[in-house]
Design a protein around this ligand. Structure first.
Ligand code: MOS
Length: 768
């Protein structure tokens, strides 16, 4: 993949020297030289290794467990089952008032029950002196079961779907006018069914945990996306104070949502350490991840669109059926984007779910919008064909001025500009409209577009900033680095806020001993930390100025905050060069080794209160504005005229993502999302045996993620216009890249071949 330069715009409202620059990730060298330590790499003297035994039935009860053979394997220390495991507290009921209650991947109290709820549920843990002995012995544990009937066939259960409950964060139902009547009366319409299969995250680093108890104090190394939730959850499950639980996760080898919740492997490693009195490590196999960590739900969707001959939408209907586990799961907001993208006269969105005897599904990169935009944006393309209209023109005719259902204002929306920018870079004008009309030798060439859309969020974050007398800055916040460049971006923000070089700033993250940060999710981490960080820097500047003002020897004596700016490593009277002094001089004269400012509270009680305050502010804000990132995806495919092989040959993604903090990491996030969207379009599919719900392809050999040879150069560009309502004007970029991507591929495939594939993935058999 080549590195294509992002669009270079003159920096507006940008006085600093670090924000916006394509600075290399500060964690990069440690990762590329192998010195970065991941959760399975922390050395402990006397460490033991654990392996899981998975249920081989779908639903029922364990009637017997034979551990003798396993215990006879040399080096085996324990076989922990429901017959000998110490009690743990069950996961708390899920409530939006207690956000960490959302952390439990499932309701199952592992090894504290004889019940089996899915094929692959852990039913025993083997602990041994070596990884090999644990794995060998796990295969020798004999479990007998009494089976019960189970419901596992998503396709067969759709008639029994029930409405998905709404909560303040997720709205399942919505309508404006009578969309069905408007559809029936529309001069031009489409009424289509789309299906998407289950998907799995397949982070490069499989889930791993190292746990060590010291009395009631617990240290856990776990590749989590939410150390705060994990700490709270482990304290609750094991009945110990949260203050004594330390979660350390400075490096996370990809996650995509799969490491947001607390899954069995983590809990059972901590349990195994409790039982054996040893430090214990569990490294899940790739299959182990599939059996114990939820993936993305499958979906069945209906999109119906009605329009006048002028292309103005008179009706937009989008309904979805998705799956959750009977023991938990995250209902996907599949119709989310359909509430915001088009100004249709009548709209109906509806989400339904089926509960199956399978492992809970969970969030996966743009849960809802990634598969929802596939159906919506493919249907818009089909309507454009019915109308004989250019698909970009159709979208622009229906671009809303306000949020379509409730009339809320958009905080900021530049989808038109994104399409204009993308079309120019892609060369959309060269496209000839009729399907099959563009060829290159044996290849049928197709060009497709689709809109990208993802709401933007902000979460609570506690941050401290310290200025030392040597002029260096330390930012501390328990956020997460999954590979997106979070620490680099926050370092850039602090450098500009304090007027110091980027190299003078160090950022500590990934440790629950730090001030509690937000989870890495919802594309919200960077904005959330930035909001508190800029406040903390402002506080720090004021207290440093206060120190200088009081000092007879300071050129800043008597200066008011409004007159002073942070630059050149110190505080200076605005517009007067040489009228101030360095932070080092201020601190040294005052005899202080450092000055520090904190935003938020470090105590657990304070964090809960802070979350409630934050939530109320968030909900008030949500009433006023609709906030989102959006974009235009342009895809060119080549389809072999004989074999149906699809190759993506060119890509342009033009995004409206507010202000960009780091041009390099931002482009990588967007590009990574597009790669995942291409996988979703062409190859990714978790295969489930409809008889027993067992995942049949739990490996990278059989679940096909794109490889480098599948991905063309991806030209990512963005508008870099700050959102006026978000911290520093930035909106999230982690997820919007995947949205619309699969539709752009499907639309390009149709343009190349005349074939509409409405069932992902678009494998070659569907084109023959
Ligand atoms: Mo995510 S699915 O917000 O990691």
């Amino acid at each position: 993949m080549t590195e294509t330069p992002v669009r270079d715009r003159p920096a507006r409202e940008r006085t600093g020297r670090s924000v916006g620059r394509p600075i290399d990730r500060v964690d990069g060298p440690a990762k590329t030289t192998g010195t970065a330590r991941f959760s399975a790499e922390y050395p402990y003297p006397d460490i033991a290794y654990a392996a899981l035994v998975h249920a081989t039935i779908t639903r029922g009860r364990i009637t017997g467990i034979g551990a003798e053979e396993a215990l006879a394997v040399p080096g085996v220390l324990a076989v922990i089952t429901h017959t000998n495991a110490p009690p743990m507290k069950p996961p708390p009921p899920v409530s939006v008032l207690n956000l960490s209650s959302l952390a439990s991947g499932s309701k199952v109290n592992y090894l504290n029950t004889d019940e089996v709820h899915w094929s692959g549920q852990p039913v025993a843990v083997v602990v041994a002196e070596t990884q090999e002995a644990a794995a060998q012995a796990a295969g020798l544990v004999r479990v007998t079961y009494q089976e019960s009937p189970a419901t596992v066939d998503f396709a067969g259960e759709q008639g029994n779907a029930t409405p998905q409950k709404s909560n303040p964060l997720q709205q399942g139902e919505g309508h404006k006018g009578d969309a069905e009547a408007a559809l029936a009366a529309a001069p031009v319409s489409v009424d289509l069914r789309y299906t998407t299969p289950p998907h799995h995250h397949n982070a490069m680093e499989p889930h791993a945990t190292t746990a060590a108890w010291d009395g009631d104090r617990l240290t856990v190394h776990d590749g989590t996306q939410n150390i705060g939730w994990l700490r709270t959850a482990l304290a609750q499950r094991f009945g110990v104070p949260a203050e004594g639980v330390r979660v350390i996760a400075p490096f996370v080898g990809g996650a995509f949502g799969g490491k947001t919740m607390v899954w069995a492997g983590t809990v059972l490693t901590v349990l195994a350490a409790r039982v054996t009195g040893r430090a214990v490590r569990m490294t899940l196999t790739r299959e182990g991840v599939y059996r114990t960590v939820g993936g993305r739900t499958p979906s069945a969707q209906r999109v119906a669109l009605g329009a006048g001959a002028d292309g103005r939408l008179t009706a937009l209907i989008h309904t979805s059926v998705t799956q959750v586990g009977r023991v938990g799961g995250s209902p996907e907001q599949v119709t989310s984007q359909s509430r915001h993208l088009y100004d249709a006269a009548a709209i109906l969105v509806q989400q339904r779910i089926v509960e199956l005897d399978m492992l809970s599904n969970t969030v996966m990169r743009a849960p809802g919008e990634s598969i929802g935009t596939f159906a919506l944006e493919a249907a818009v393309d089909e309507l454009a064909c019915e109308l004989g209209m250019d698909p970009i023109e159709l979208r622009m005719r229906n671009e809303p001025e306000r949020n379509p259902i409730d009339g809320k204002r958009f905080s900021h929306r530049m989808l038109r500009e994104a399409y204009a920018l993308g079309a120019e870079r892609f060369g959309w004008a060269d496209r000839t409209a009729p399907p099959g009309s563009m060829r290159d030798g044996r290849w049928l060439v197709g060009m497709g577009v689709a809109s990208a859309y993802h709401p933007s969020w902000e979460m609570a974050a506690n941050v401290t900033v310290r200025m030392s007398a040597d002029g260096t800055v330390l930012v501390r916040c328990g956020f997460h680095e999954m590979g997106m460049g979070g620490a680099t971006a926050q370092g850039q923000i602090a450098a500009d806020a304090l007027g110091v070089p980027f190299e003078a700033v160090r950022v500590e993250y990934g440790d629950s001993d730090l001030p509690t940060g937000p989870g890495a999710g919802g594309s919200a981490q960077t904005a959330s930390v930035a909001a508190s960080l800029t406040k903390a820097c402002e506080k720090l500047r004021r207290s440093l100025l206060a120190l200088a003002r009081r000092s007879a020897g300071s050129p800043l004596r008597g200066a008011r905050p409004g007159e002073v700016e942070a630059r050149d490593g110190g505080l200076h009277r605005a517009g007067h060069p040489g009228s101030g002094e360095s932070y080092a001089a201020i601190l040294t004269r005052a005899g202080r080794p450092f000055a520090e400012a904190a935003v938020g509270s470090d105590t657990r009680a304070g964090t809960v209160a802070g979350q409630v305050r934050f939530m109320s502010k968030f909900l008030m804000d949500r009433r006023r504005w609709m906030k989102a990132a959006c974009g235009a995806q342009f895809c060119e495919v080549r389809v072999d005229q004989d074999t149906g092989e699809v190759r993506v040959s060119r890509w342009v993604g033009a995004f409206d993502v507010g202000r960009v903090i780091n041009a390099k990491t931002a482009a990588s996030q967007l590009r990574g999302g597009i790669v995942m969207g291409i996988g979703m379009a062409l190859s990714e599919e978790t295969l489930v045996d409809p008889r027993n719900g067992r995942i049949m392809n739990p490996s990278l050999a059989e679940y096909h993620v794109p490889v480098h040879a599948d991905i063309p150069p991806i030209d990512v560009c963005y508008l870099d216009e700050p959102d006026p309502t978000m911290p520093l004007g930035l909106v999230g970029i982690g997820e919007v890249g995947i949205t619309g991507a699969a539709a752009a591929v499907a639309n390009a495939v149709h343009h190349a071949t005349g074939r509409r594939v409405r069932d992902l993935p678009i494998t070659l058999d569907k084109l023959l």
